[in-house]
Write a protein that binds this ligand. Structure first.
Ligand SMILES: NC(=O)c1ccc[n+]([C@@H]2O[C@H](COP(=O)([O-])OP(=O)(O)OC[C@H]3O[C@@H](n4cnc5c(N)ncnc54)[C@H](O)[C@@H]3O)[C@@H](O)[C@H]2O)c1
Length: 254
């Protein structure tokens, strides 16, 4: 029997990278998946899942928008009848900003997507998951929600916020049977990382230095993160809530 058979999942930021891999992985294990993103490319990811025999639909959705969240959650329930799993994955890298001249607009934008977006996801999906009798919420934080990186103050603040927001939600919702956990990936081969490195003059050297900071000697793959998310989404993690699942090739073990 598939590990998520009969379950309905909503995955944000599902047009690309970790979100696309997660939507595919959850669908392979029997979940009906609503993929959402700002990027219409998510339609192709959903079509690919359906072509493989899975159940998936795509909706446009900006995670910083209250009305978009309300519509996305209602669509999941209208299209598939219930909501059991939420993966708050959408996020932005935010570039390289030194604090001495960090613009407030850039700070606000990174916090709006990476942290406010997760709050809105909890706020809108929580009541529906409670109605289904409980479920699992997985918030995608980062190694940079556990340790700092120069030039990434806003990103680190947003991802650290996600880790603690996750624990507070886990405590509030444990009596409702809703488990809430965070996943902390190391550097993963996705368009986000490729774009951030390409934007730097020293991108090649930076990539070498970052790879060297992972004791396993490479960046991770989206599939490796989606496997961890699948574990947290499934009943195999039934005694886990408020936990930080680190999947980082050893980056934060040092
Ligand atoms: N790639 C990494 O190394 C890495 C490491 C740690 C954490 N993460 C986190 O994993 C998540 C996924 O990252 P990725 O590497 O797959 O990135 P990605 O850029 O490949 O995918 C992110 C997706 O989020 C979408 N998105 C951005 N802003 C949005 C918004 N306002 N509303 C809806 N969708 C929006 C983008 O359109 C994109 O499809 C992010 O939260 C990221 O911070 C990534």
């Amino acid at each position: 029997m598939a590990r998520l058979s009969g379950k309905v999942a909503l995955v944000t930021g599902a047009a690309s990278g970790i979100g696309a891999a997660t939507a595919r992985r959850l669908a392979q294990e029997g979940a009906a998946v609503l993929l959402t993103d700002l990027d219409i490319g998510g339609e192709e990811v959903a079509a690919g899942i359906v072509a493989q025999g899975g159940t998936a639909l795509f909706r446009l959705h900006d995670v910083t928008s209250h009305p978009d969240w309300a519509a996305a959650v209602e669509h999941a329930v209208e299209d598939f009848g219930r909501l059991d799993i939420l993966v708050n994955n959408a996020g932005i890298a935010g570039g390289n900003h030194e604090l001495m001249d960090h613009s407030y607009d850039a700070w606000r934008q990174i916090l709006a997507v990476n942290l406010d977006g997760v709050f809105l996801g909890l706020r809108h999906a929580g009541p529906r998951i409670a109605q289904a009798g409980g479920g699992s919420i997985i918030n995608i934080s980062s190694i940079l929600g556990k340790v700092g990186l120069a030039g990434a103050a806003a990103y680190c603040a947003s991802k650290g916020g996600v880790a603690l927001l996750t624990k507070a939600a886990a405590l509030e919702w444990a009596p409702l049977g809703i488990r809430v956990n965070s996943v902390h990936p190391g550097f993963i081969e996705t368009p986000m990382v490729a774009g951030a490195l390409a934007a730097r003059e020293d991108g090649n050297e930076m990539k070498g230095a970052l790879i060297a900071a992972h004791p396993l000697g490479r960046f991770g793959y989206p599939k490796e993160i989606s496997d961890a998310i699948l574990f947290l989404a499934s009943d195999e993690s039934s005694f886990m809530t408020g936990a930080e699942l680190v999947v980082d090739g050893g980056y934060t073990a040092q």
